[in-house]
Design a protein around this ligand. Structure first.
Ligand SMILES: [Zn+2]
Length: 277
């Protein structure tokens, strides 16, 4: 796939052409297995193959093909050659551009599911026609898909990277520091605060690295690199169980390739390799 995505809330009046269908049951996506690849369904309408969704939303066009997200509930008969998979397990076996739409799909679906009612007056929301938003017919409150910005940062010092262990991680795994942005903060403020709070370290030269949507349920990870400016490692024992400086030679177990945390650590490792040669 080329990966050109045109977002839209208004699908075709009639379904006449094969489209990509991102069908979820809870957090798992229905995939067609084709040799080593997993793919979303590519049919005109999933009802034609006996799948009747509880909800359906139009997402837009990927390289000119319509994309839909749909939710099904138990019991749904899974057609031959298809299976539900967690998004983690199919990363790497699905086209990267289709995978990006799968992230978009699950985020949009989750927003639709959890934003059925106006959070101010409790009336049932209705979808707006022209934009990805809902409107309360009673009080007029408009709500948009929630996107929660979180910073993620690799701090460097003397050829070493600051990595930490969260209680949520499996045994032995270390990663870069991350945290949600608070109201009133710039992204740089959030970087400084998080590193100080979680590891007791001051940072300088904060630079933007890249970003990644993380729809579990609604984060946008905004990656930075930073340099050590002072302080000794002091962990809070609440959000962080352990934090240490690691050199490229003594890396612990690190996150898988799907995440921006891994991209940050790979960037550090590449730089160290470059310095040696
Ligand atoms: Zn309302």
């Amino acid at each position: 796939m080329e990966g050109l995505f045109e977002s839209s809330v208004k699908g075709p009046v009639e379904k006449t052409h094969p489209a990509f269908w991102f069908v979820f049951k809870e957090k798992r996506m229905l995939c067609v297995k084709q040799e080593a690849e997993n793919n979303p369904l590519f049919v005109v309408d999933i009802r034609d193959i006996g799948i009747h969704p509880d909800r359906e939303l139009y997402l837009g066009l990927l390289d000119g093909f319509h994309c839909y997200v749909a939710e099904v509930s138990e019991p749904t008969r899974v057609p031959e050659g298809m299976a539900f998979h967690g998004l983690w397990s199919i990363h790497g076996s699905m086209d990267e551009n289709l995978f990006k739409v799968a992230f978009r799909a699950i985020h949009t679906l989750e927003w639709d599911r959890t934003d059925q009612y106006c959070s101010f007056c409790g009336s049932r929301n209705r979808q707006k026609v022209q934009e990805r938003a809902k409107e309360c017919p009673q009080c007029g409150r408009v709500s948009f898909p929630r996107i929660s910005p979180a910073i993620i940062v690799l701090v460097e010092h003397d050829g070493k990277a600051l990595l930490a262990r969260s209680p949520r991680f499996k045994e032995g795994l270390f990663s870069v520091l991350a945290g949600f942005v608070e109201p009133g903060e710039t992204l740089e403020d959030a970087v400084s605060r998080e590193v100080k709070e979680e590891a007791g370290i001051d940072v300088k030269n904060i630079r933007y690295f890249g970003s990644q949507p993380w729809p579990f349920p609604d984060s946008l990870m905004i990656g930075f690199t930073a340099e050590y400016a002072g302080g000794d490692i002091k962990i809070d024992n609440d959000e962080i169980l352990d934090a240490r400086w690691f050199s490229a030679e003594d890396m612990p177990e690190i996150p898988g390739r799907i995440s921006i945390s891994r991209a940050l650590i790979d960037w550090f490792l590449d730089r160290q390799k470059g310095k040696k040669t």
